[in-house]
Design a protein around this ligand. Structure first.
Ligand SMILES: [Mn+2]
Length: 285
Protein backbone atom coordinates (compact mmCIF):
# COMPACT_ATOMS: atom_id res chain seq x y z
CA UNK A 1 0.00 0.00 0.00
CA UNK A 2 1.33 3.44 -0.93
CA UNK A 3 0.63 5.97 1.84
CA UNK A 4 0.42 9.76 1.56
CA UNK A 5 3.25 11.84 3.02
CA UNK A 6 1.95 12.94 6.40
CA UNK A 7 4.71 13.99 8.76
CA UNK A 8 4.07 13.55 12.47
CA UNK A 9 6.43 13.82 15.42
CA UNK A 10 8.29 10.50 15.51
CA UNK A 11 6.29 7.66 17.07
CA UNK A 12 3.11 9.77 17.32
CA UNK A 13 1.01 7.94 14.76
CA UNK A 14 -2.03 6.84 16.75
CA UNK A 15 -5.51 7.72 15.54
CA UNK A 16 -7.36 10.48 17.41
CA UNK A 17 -9.78 7.90 18.83
CA UNK A 18 -7.14 5.66 20.38
CA UNK A 19 -4.77 8.42 21.53
CA UNK A 20 -4.58 9.58 25.13
CA UNK A 21 -2.35 12.56 24.25
CA UNK A 22 -2.95 14.92 21.31
CA UNK A 23 -0.25 17.20 19.89
CA UNK A 24 -1.38 20.46 18.28
CA UNK A 25 0.94 23.06 16.77
CA UNK A 26 0.51 26.84 16.98
CA UNK A 27 3.00 28.32 14.48
CA UNK A 28 2.56 31.87 15.78
CA UNK A 29 5.17 34.53 16.63
CA UNK A 30 3.49 37.86 15.87
CA UNK A 31 4.15 39.44 19.28
CA UNK A 32 7.79 38.33 19.57
CA UNK A 33 9.63 41.29 21.12
CA UNK A 34 13.17 40.54 19.88
CA UNK A 35 14.13 37.94 17.26
CA UNK A 36 11.16 36.29 15.47
CA UNK A 37 11.09 32.75 14.08
CA UNK A 38 9.19 30.64 16.64
CA UNK A 39 6.42 30.13 14.06
CA UNK A 40 8.72 27.56 12.45
CA UNK A 41 9.18 25.64 15.71
CA UNK A 42 6.48 22.94 15.47
CA UNK A 43 7.22 21.92 11.87
CA UNK A 44 10.98 21.85 12.54
CA UNK A 45 10.43 19.61 15.56
CA UNK A 46 8.38 17.14 13.53
CA UNK A 47 10.95 17.03 10.76
CA UNK A 48 14.02 16.74 12.98
CA UNK A 49 12.36 14.24 15.32
CA UNK A 50 13.34 11.52 12.88
CA UNK A 51 16.93 11.97 14.08
CA UNK A 52 15.77 10.75 17.51
CA UNK A 53 15.20 7.24 18.81
CA UNK A 54 11.67 6.57 20.02
CA UNK A 55 13.23 4.82 23.04
CA UNK A 56 14.34 6.82 26.08
CA UNK A 57 17.15 5.23 28.09
CA UNK A 58 16.53 7.87 30.78
CA UNK A 59 13.03 6.57 31.51
CA UNK A 60 13.19 3.07 29.93
CA UNK A 61 10.06 3.95 27.98
CA UNK A 62 9.33 4.03 24.23
CA UNK A 63 7.05 6.29 22.20
CA UNK A 64 5.92 3.13 20.39
CA UNK A 65 4.30 1.92 23.64
CA UNK A 66 2.14 5.02 24.19
CA UNK A 67 -0.71 6.47 22.12
CA UNK A 68 -0.16 9.96 20.77
CA UNK A 69 -2.05 11.65 17.92
CA UNK A 70 -0.33 14.53 16.12
CA UNK A 71 -3.01 16.87 14.76
CA UNK A 72 -0.48 19.04 12.91
CA UNK A 73 -0.36 22.82 12.87
CA UNK A 74 -3.32 25.16 13.10
CA UNK A 75 -3.68 27.71 10.34
CA UNK A 76 -3.54 30.94 12.34
CA UNK A 77 -4.16 34.62 11.61
CA UNK A 78 -0.81 36.40 11.98
CA UNK A 79 -2.38 39.87 12.01
CA UNK A 80 -4.65 39.30 15.01
CA UNK A 81 -3.43 37.80 18.27
CA UNK A 82 -6.99 37.51 19.58
CA UNK A 83 -8.15 35.56 16.51
CA UNK A 84 -5.13 33.26 16.71
CA UNK A 85 -5.70 32.69 20.44
CA UNK A 86 -9.36 31.94 19.80
CA UNK A 87 -8.49 29.26 17.23
CA UNK A 88 -5.91 27.67 19.55
CA UNK A 89 -8.42 27.71 22.43
CA UNK A 90 -11.05 25.98 20.27
CA UNK A 91 -8.60 23.21 19.37
CA UNK A 92 -7.67 22.75 23.02
CA UNK A 93 -11.37 22.60 23.97
CA UNK A 94 -11.97 19.94 21.33
CA UNK A 95 -9.13 17.78 22.64
CA UNK A 96 -10.23 18.24 26.28
CA UNK A 97 -13.84 17.55 25.32
CA UNK A 98 -12.79 14.17 23.94
CA UNK A 99 -11.16 13.39 27.30
CA UNK A 100 -7.61 13.63 25.96
CA UNK A 101 -4.47 15.43 27.09
CA UNK A 102 -3.70 18.55 25.00
CA UNK A 103 0.01 19.10 24.31
CA UNK A 104 0.65 22.35 22.48
CA UNK A 105 3.74 23.07 20.38
CA UNK A 106 4.59 26.80 20.05
CA UNK A 107 5.15 29.18 18.64
CA UNK A 108 5.95 32.05 20.92
CA UNK A 109 4.86 31.88 24.54
CA UNK A 110 1.62 33.88 24.09
CA UNK A 111 -0.01 30.70 22.70
CA UNK A 112 -0.03 29.32 26.27
CA UNK A 113 -2.78 31.80 27.19
CA UNK A 114 -5.21 30.12 24.77
CA UNK A 115 -4.51 26.66 26.20
CA UNK A 116 -4.83 27.92 29.77
CA UNK A 117 -8.20 29.54 28.96
CA UNK A 118 -9.50 26.17 27.74
CA UNK A 119 -7.92 24.06 30.48
CA UNK A 120 -9.05 26.41 33.28
CA UNK A 121 -12.63 26.28 31.96
CA UNK A 122 -12.60 22.50 32.35
CA UNK A 123 -10.53 22.34 35.55
CA UNK A 124 -11.33 24.95 38.22
CA UNK A 125 -8.60 25.49 40.83
CA UNK A 126 -5.96 25.09 38.12
CA UNK A 127 -2.31 25.59 39.02
CA UNK A 128 0.42 26.43 36.49
CA UNK A 129 4.01 25.20 36.58
CA UNK A 130 6.09 27.63 34.52
CA UNK A 131 9.70 27.02 33.39
CA UNK A 132 11.25 30.07 31.71
CA UNK A 133 14.19 32.46 31.65
CA UNK A 134 11.67 35.32 31.67
CA UNK A 135 9.01 36.20 34.22
CA UNK A 136 6.51 37.13 31.44
CA UNK A 137 4.60 39.18 34.05
CA UNK A 138 4.48 42.59 32.34
CA UNK A 139 1.03 44.16 32.45
CA UNK A 140 1.59 45.33 28.87
CA UNK A 141 4.41 45.43 26.36
CA UNK A 142 4.54 48.77 24.51
CA UNK A 143 0.83 49.07 25.21
CA UNK A 144 -0.12 45.57 24.07
CA UNK A 145 -1.79 43.35 26.68
CA UNK A 146 -1.43 40.34 24.40
CA UNK A 147 2.32 39.81 24.14
CA UNK A 148 4.58 36.89 24.96
CA UNK A 149 6.13 39.22 27.57
CA UNK A 150 2.74 39.41 29.37
CA UNK A 151 1.51 35.84 29.05
CA UNK A 152 1.83 34.75 32.67
CA UNK A 153 0.29 38.05 33.82
CA UNK A 154 -2.77 37.24 31.66
CA UNK A 155 -2.78 33.69 33.06
CA UNK A 156 -2.68 35.16 36.58
CA UNK A 157 -5.94 37.00 35.81
CA UNK A 158 -7.48 33.56 35.18
CA UNK A 159 -6.00 31.38 37.94
CA UNK A 160 -5.28 33.98 40.65
CA UNK A 161 -2.76 34.43 43.45
CA UNK A 162 -0.53 31.55 44.50
CA UNK A 163 -1.57 29.36 41.58
CA UNK A 164 1.43 30.11 39.33
CA UNK A 165 4.72 28.41 40.25
CA UNK A 166 7.67 29.88 38.35
CA UNK A 167 11.14 28.33 38.03
CA UNK A 168 14.50 29.29 36.44
CA UNK A 169 13.44 32.94 36.00
CA UNK A 170 16.43 35.23 35.49
CA UNK A 171 15.12 38.16 33.48
CA UNK A 172 12.42 40.81 33.70
CA UNK A 173 11.66 44.35 34.81
CA UNK A 174 11.91 45.20 38.51
CA UNK A 175 8.09 45.56 38.55
CA UNK A 176 7.74 41.95 37.35
CA UNK A 177 9.90 40.66 40.18
CA UNK A 178 7.90 42.78 42.65
CA UNK A 179 4.64 41.45 41.19
CA UNK A 180 5.98 37.90 41.50
CA UNK A 181 6.91 38.37 45.17
CA UNK A 182 3.29 39.31 45.92
CA UNK A 183 1.30 37.11 43.58
CA UNK A 184 3.19 34.02 42.36
CA UNK A 185 5.23 31.20 43.89
CA UNK A 186 8.56 32.39 42.56
CA UNK A 187 11.81 30.42 42.23
CA UNK A 188 14.52 32.38 40.40
CA UNK A 189 17.49 30.93 38.47
CA UNK A 190 17.07 27.19 39.20
CA UNK A 191 14.60 24.38 39.98
CA UNK A 192 15.19 24.75 43.73
CA UNK A 193 11.93 24.10 45.58
CA UNK A 194 10.29 22.19 42.73
CA UNK A 195 10.05 18.84 44.53
CA UNK A 196 8.42 20.47 47.54
CA UNK A 197 5.98 22.38 45.30
CA UNK A 198 4.97 19.21 43.46
CA UNK A 199 4.55 17.32 46.73
CA UNK A 200 2.13 20.00 47.94
CA UNK A 201 0.18 20.04 44.65
CA UNK A 202 -0.09 16.25 44.80
CA UNK A 203 -1.38 16.36 48.36
CA UNK A 204 -4.00 18.95 47.39
CA UNK A 205 -4.86 16.80 44.32
CA UNK A 206 -5.20 19.92 42.17
CA UNK A 207 -5.00 19.97 38.36
CA UNK A 208 -1.76 21.35 36.91
CA UNK A 209 -0.98 23.01 33.58
CA UNK A 210 2.71 22.69 32.64
CA UNK A 211 4.30 25.31 30.36
CA UNK A 212 7.92 24.95 29.24
CA UNK A 213 9.58 27.93 27.61
CA UNK A 214 12.67 26.24 26.18
CA UNK A 215 14.72 29.38 26.84
CA UNK A 216 14.91 28.18 30.45
CA UNK A 217 17.78 26.11 29.05
CA UNK A 218 21.19 27.74 28.90
CA UNK A 219 21.85 29.38 25.50
CA UNK A 220 25.01 27.27 25.21
CA UNK A 221 22.77 24.23 24.67
CA UNK A 222 19.75 26.10 23.29
CA UNK A 223 20.70 29.23 21.30
CA UNK A 224 17.82 28.85 18.82
CA UNK A 225 15.33 31.08 20.56
CA UNK A 226 14.10 34.66 20.26
CA UNK A 227 15.40 36.02 23.58
CA UNK A 228 18.35 33.95 24.85
CA UNK A 229 19.43 34.61 28.46
CA UNK A 230 22.77 33.42 29.81
CA UNK A 231 22.72 31.50 33.09
CA UNK A 232 20.18 28.81 32.27
CA UNK A 233 19.72 25.20 33.33
CA UNK A 234 21.21 22.13 31.63
CA UNK A 235 19.29 19.53 29.62
CA UNK A 236 19.70 16.95 32.40
CA UNK A 237 18.40 19.38 35.02
CA UNK A 238 15.37 20.09 32.82
CA UNK A 239 14.78 16.37 32.25
CA UNK A 240 14.83 15.70 36.00
CA UNK A 241 12.44 18.61 36.58
CA UNK A 242 10.03 17.34 33.89
CA UNK A 243 9.94 13.94 35.56
CA UNK A 244 9.25 15.61 38.91
CA UNK A 245 6.36 17.67 37.51
CA UNK A 246 4.87 14.59 35.82
CA UNK A 247 4.13 13.15 39.27
CA UNK A 248 1.46 15.83 39.77
CA UNK A 249 -2.01 15.71 38.17
CA UNK A 250 -0.87 17.34 34.90
CA UNK A 251 -3.89 17.97 32.64
CA UNK A 252 -2.30 19.97 29.81
CA UNK A 253 1.13 21.17 28.68
CA UNK A 254 3.10 23.08 26.09
CA UNK A 255 6.64 23.44 24.76
CA UNK A 256 7.38 26.78 23.16
CA UNK A 257 9.87 29.40 21.85
CA UNK A 258 12.05 27.23 19.59
CA UNK A 259 13.10 29.45 16.67
CA UNK A 260 14.94 26.89 14.55
CA UNK A 261 16.47 29.28 12.03
CA UNK A 262 18.33 31.16 14.77
CA UNK A 263 20.56 28.12 15.30
CA UNK A 264 22.09 27.05 11.99
CA UNK A 265 23.75 24.05 13.70
CA UNK A 266 20.34 22.45 14.30
CA UNK A 267 21.28 21.53 17.86
CA UNK A 268 18.48 23.63 19.39
CA UNK A 269 15.85 21.81 17.34
CA UNK A 270 17.35 18.43 18.23
CA UNK A 271 17.30 19.44 21.90
CA UNK A 272 13.67 20.59 21.66
CA UNK A 273 12.74 17.23 20.10
CA UNK A 274 14.40 15.38 22.94
CA UNK A 275 12.62 17.53 25.52
CA UNK A 276 9.29 16.75 23.83
CA UNK A 277 10.02 12.99 23.70
CA UNK A 278 10.87 12.95 27.39
CA UNK A 279 7.82 15.05 28.29
CA UNK A 280 5.51 12.74 26.32
CA UNK A 281 6.99 9.65 27.99
CA UNK A 282 6.84 11.24 31.45
CA UNK A 283 3.19 12.30 31.27
CA UNK A 284 1.84 9.21 29.45
CA UNK A 285 -0.01 7.11 32.01
MN1 LIG B 1 11.19 33.14 27.84
Amino acid sequence: MILPNIETFIGCESSFEEASIVLYGAPFDSTTSFRPGARFGPSAMRHESFGLETYSPYQDKDLMDISVFDSGDLELCFGSSEMALSDIEKRAEEILGAGKFPLLLGGEHLVTLAAVRAVAAKYPDLHIIHFDAHADLRDDYLGAKLSHACVLRRCHEIVGDGHIHQFCIRSGEREEFQFASRHTDFHPFTFEGLEETIRELKEKQVPVYFTIDLDCLDPSVFPGTGTPEAGGVSFLELLKAIRTVSQANVVGADVNELAPMLDASGVSTATACKVLRELLLAIAK
